[in-house]
Design a protein. Structure first.
Length: 320
């Protein structure tokens, strides 16, 4: 009897997770989706139509594939590595141009399934645009002239809202703003300040199916797009009719693939639960001496010694 090992199961799960993450990035990188994000989160595009914002996207979005080192910068990259530090991947990075002068912005989009990954996500959200600013050296600005630096937005799509009721939806912006320490009777408008508004981090907090009917159009659109419960055809219909997002073959394909993958993951979870239930039942029979260790070990495809170790690890008592 051949049994799936833990490492084999882990590899399958990791593969599913990697595929799922990739589908999400490929859904969000669609220019129609990016246009919505620009209009609802980027101050410079607040007065743009969705069509105008889409046309303002310069070139094709990059999705986690190019590598650089900060000391050999030639162009925008999706991975940044500093000696002695870990590798950081940007999910999506693209340029957008605004205003009559066609000023250039760097925009980073991150898709995050958990708001509490074991560290403060907002801190990470501040680090990402800072890294994109440093990457611009010798591309947009030099050590002798910093005026060429381009503003950076890092926009985080959080798929599990951090609100107390778990169905809260919100858009939070973090930016650098000056504060007059002295003299207290002066307003910031009365004091000379330099160009400080060069980076902003925006968190778009949604909760999948619970925020589909959000009053905020971006949140309701993203909730629909990223839902694992809405089937592909229904999702396509809603996105076209309610949000004016035309279906490209690539977008429809990614939606279908994500839905199919979520079904596979759910089925595996059910199968794993059934398998664990059978295992616990076997352990209980052995513990109560209703089943001999030899027969149980043979049925599970393990030795008696392995059965004993597994039972004790799971909190069961191996019979004398």
């Amino acid at each position: 009897m051949t049994k799936e090992t833990h490492i084999s199961s882990s590899i399958d799960t990791a593969g599913d997770k990697a595929q799922y993450d990739e589908h999400i990035k490929n859904l969000i990188k669609d220019k129609n989706v990016l246009a919505y994000i620009l209009v609802y989160t980027v101050e410079e595009f607040a007065d743009y139509t969705i069509e105008q914002a889409r046309d303002a996207i310069d070139g094709e979005p990059e999705v986690t594939k190019r590598k650089i080192r900060p000391d050999v910068v030639h162009t925008l990259e999706n991975e940044s590595k500093i000696p002695g530090e870990g590798v950081m991947y940007f999910d999506i990075v693209f340029y957008a141009r605004y205003g009559n002068e066609r000023k250039k912005l760097y925009v980073n989009i991150e898709a995050q399934k958990s708001f509490y990954p074991g560290y403060d996500l907002v801190t990470r959200g501040i680090i990402y645009p800072a890294r994109l600013i440093s990457q611009q050296m010798d591309v947009e600005y030099t050590a002798n002239d910093y005026d060429g630096v381009k503003k950076v937005y890092s926009i985080w799509i959080c798929m599990n809202a951090p609100g107390k009721n778990r169905d809260d939806d919100s858009i939070i912006k973090y930016s650098i703003k000056p504060d007059v320490v002295y003299p207290k009777d002066k307003r910031i408008e009365e004091i000379a300040t330099g160009r400080y508004d060069i980076m902003s981090t925006v968190f778009v907090n949604l909760n999948a199916d619970k925020t589909i009917n959000s009053k905020n159009k971006l949140i309701s659109m993203l909730s629909t797009l990223l839902s694992v419960d809405i089937k592909t055809q229904e999702k396509k219909k809603r996105l076209e009719e309610e949000y004016g997002i035309k279906m490209s073959k690539e977008l429809e394909s990614e939606m279908s693939a994500m839905c199919n993958l979520s079904d596979i993951v759910e089925e595996r979870g059910i199968e794993k639960g059934i398998e664990q239930g059978k295992l616990a039942t076997t352990f209980e029979f052995v513990q109560s001496k209703a089943l001999s260790p030899q027969i149980a070990a043979e049925s599970l495809g393990v030795t008696v010694e392995q059965l004993k170790a597994n039972m004790e690890k799971a909190g069961f008592t191996f019979p004398d």
